[in-house]
Write a protein that binds this ligand. Structure first.
Ligand SMILES: [Zn+2]
Ligand SMILES: [Zn+2]
Length: 348
């Protein structure tokens, strides 16, 4: 099969070549890949921020495709059949530990050691992937399978963060960083009834996209003072701030969060990134600061898929660039230059 494999931490990071097609082992499903997303976490991976990556590793963790084959001993709780459209989760929980039992499967210790395309097991920048069946979630028929790939990372990460932060009808929301996750958050929050929704970024085209996806106000922080602009709209501050940029620092968030408000962080930062928070306003305003990793595949992904299938969230609006596999290094180059809203690679 055709696959994009890791070469090393200097550019070009990847090489597109023929590799053996994997066979599904016990409890695994072979998925024929439709599309994979180009995610900023991959840049951290390529640079070695998550630890050394072996040459030949297949990245790609935002995956949609079709069921191709089943390994032995598959339990198939969703009743999947060959050819069914699916989303592949990069959170691969064991389903039996105390975190899984309490609905926190994104923090399952087993999942930390096997993240397809990120840690341990090959990802989806290929024509096929084998994956434990717990990570295979059915996609509703009628949803565009290619544009659905970002459900497996950008939308999933944004949705879980918004839910954890308590976003619902009437929640005032500021999203800092209108990349793939931030834009997904704006689109989902709009569907969930949040209002107003203020997007902050340094790129005009990203802010245009934010408006298209449901932001009620947009602020280019290189041209305007974001604190006074946000205070004009929300004199008491925002109920929820989502720090979705790759290098979160909480500075703007702490200035504009409402009393008893929540700051939720999804940007991973670099290996040495830290926050500094002024203690007094943090305590006397009862600010809640929380990290949020990924999503709960068996709980969050089906909910997002319903939002998409019902027409409340149009996944075709998020994707700004579509590439063929041979352009994959160019895709990451353009990601690093900040040119994408979200980009996908079509494999099938
Ligand atoms: Zn990702
Ligand atoms: Zn578990």
């Amino acid at each position: 099969m055709k696959a994009a494999t890791y070469k090393g931490p200097s550019k070009p990071y990847l090489e597109v070549k023929e590799v053996p097609t994997p066979k599904p082992g016990p409890g695994e499903i072979l998925v024929r890949v439709a599309a994979t997303g180009i995610c900023h976490s991959d840049i951290h991976l390529f640079k070695g921020d998550f630890g050394p990556v072996r040459e030949g590793f297949i990245p790609g963790h935002e995956i949609s495709g079709w069921v191709e084959d089943f390994g032995p001993d598959v339990k198939n709780p969703w009743g999947l059949r060959k050819g069914d459209p699916v989303i592949v989760s990069w959170i691969v929980p064991d389903g039996i530990c105390k975190y899984c039992a309490s609905g926190k499967e994104n923090y399952c210790p087993a999942a930390a050691g096997r993240m397809p395309g990120l840690v341990g097991i090959n990802g989806g920048h290929a024509e096929y992937i084998t994956i434990p069946e717990i990570a295979v979630i059915p996609l509703e028929k009628g949803v565009d399978i290619y544009y659905a790939a970002p459900i497996a990372c950008a939308y999933g990460t944004a949705y879980h963060a918004l839910r954890e932060a308590g976003v619902g009808p009437g929640t005032s929301l500021v999203v800092i960083g209108a990349g793939g996750v931030g834009l997904s958050a704006i689109q989902l929050a709009s569907a969930m009834g949040a209002y107003p929704i203020i997007a902050v970024d340094i790129r005009d085209f990203a802010l245009e996209k934010a408006k298209e996806l449901g932001a009620t106000h947009v602020i280019n922080s290189t041209k305007e003072d974001p604190i006074s602009r946000i205070r004009d709209v929300l004199p008491d501050g925002a109920d929820v701030i989502h720090e979705a940029r790759p290098e979160p620092d909480l500075k703007l968030s702490m200035e504009v969060v409402a009393r008893a408000g929540t700051i939720v962080v999804t940007g991973l930062g670099g290996p040495k990134s830290t926050f500094t928070v002024n203690v007094l306003p943090f305590v006397i305003n009862g600010v809640r600061i929380m990290g949020s990793l990924g999503y709960r595949p068996r709980l969050d992904l089906p909910e997002i898929i319903k939002l998409v299938a019902s027409g409340k969230v149009d996944v075709r609006k998020l994707v700004s660039h579509t590439y063929v596999p041979e352009q994959i290094n160019e895709a990451y180059e353009n990601l690093e230059r900040g040119l994408h809203a979200r980009a996908i690679v079509k494999w099938g």
